[in-house]
Design a protein. Structure first.
Length: 189
C-alpha cells in the first residue's frame, strides 16, 4: 500500500481550518455571556497563520484555492463578529453571577406620599432604575425623567385611590438578572 504524503503546507491549512472553527466557538461562548474577555489569543493565532501562508510562494494551485476559500470565510466571520461586538458593547454585556448577586443586594425602596410634591424622591428613584438597567445590560428605550415622573404620578394615584393608602413604596430591584420595578401601598398601622 502506498501511503499518501501530506505536505507541511496542507497540515498548516488543516490547522488553520481547525483554529477558525475553534475561534467561532469561542466567540459564540463570549456572545452568550459565559466569558468576559473576547478570544483575542485565538484570533491572533488565526491571523498570524493567515499572514504566514499568504507570504509563502510555493503553494500549489489547489492549496492556494483552499487558502483563498478559508480566508474568504474568515473575513465574513470577522465582519459578523465586529458587528456583534459593536452591538454587544452598545447594549451592555449580560451580567455575571457576581453582578446579579450585588444588584440583588441593592434593592431600593422609596416611599412617596405624593410624587408631585417630592421631585427629589422621583429623581432618586429614576437614578436607581437607570443604574439597575445598565448594570443588567437592559436597554433604556425612550425612558426619560419626565415620562417616568408622569408614570409615577399616575401609578401612585391609582394605588392610593383603589387601596386607600396614604403613601406608596416604589421598589427597584433585580431578580434573575432582570430589573424589577414595583409599587405597593403602605399599610396603615
Amino acid at each position: 500500500m502506498d501511503q499518501k504524503v501530506v505536505s507541511p503546507i496542507d497540515q498548516e491549512l488543516d490547522r488553520l481550518e481547525h483554529d477558525m472553527r475553534r475561534l467561532k466557538v469561542e466567540y459564540d461562548i463570549y456572545f452568550n455571556g459565559a466569558t468576559v474577555k473576547p478570544p483575542y489569543d485565538t484570533k491572533g493565532r488565526v491571523e498570524t497563520t493567515i499572514q504566514r501562508l499568504y507570504d509563502l510562494r510555493n503553494l500549489t494551485f489547489g492549496q492556494r484555492f483552499r487558502y483563498n476559500g478559508l480566508v474568504a470565510r474568515y473575513n465574513v466571520m470577522r465582519e459578523l463578529w465586529r458587528k456583534r461586538t459593536r452591538e454587544f458593547e452598545a447594549t451592555g454585556k449580560p451580567p455575571t453571577a457576581e453582578a446579579v448577586a450585588a444588584s440583588r443586594a441593592q434593592t431600593v425602596v422609596v416611599r412617596c406620599h405624593d410624587p408631585r410634591d417630592e421631585p427629589e424622591k422621583v429623581c432618586e428613584l429614576y437614578d436607581h432604575l437607570v443604574a439597575a438597567k445598565r448594570a443588567c445590560g437592559e436597554k433604556l428605550g425612550n425612558l426619560t425623567l419626565d415620562l417616568f415622573n408622569d408614570f409615577l404620578r399616575t401609578r401612585a394615584d391609582q394605588i392610593k385611590q383603589s387601596l386607600s393608602s396614604q403613601a406608596v413604596d416604589f421598589v427597584v430591584g433585580v431578580a434573575n438578572g432582570r430589573v424589577k420595578f414595583s409599587a405597593r401601598p403602605v399599610r396603615q398601622d
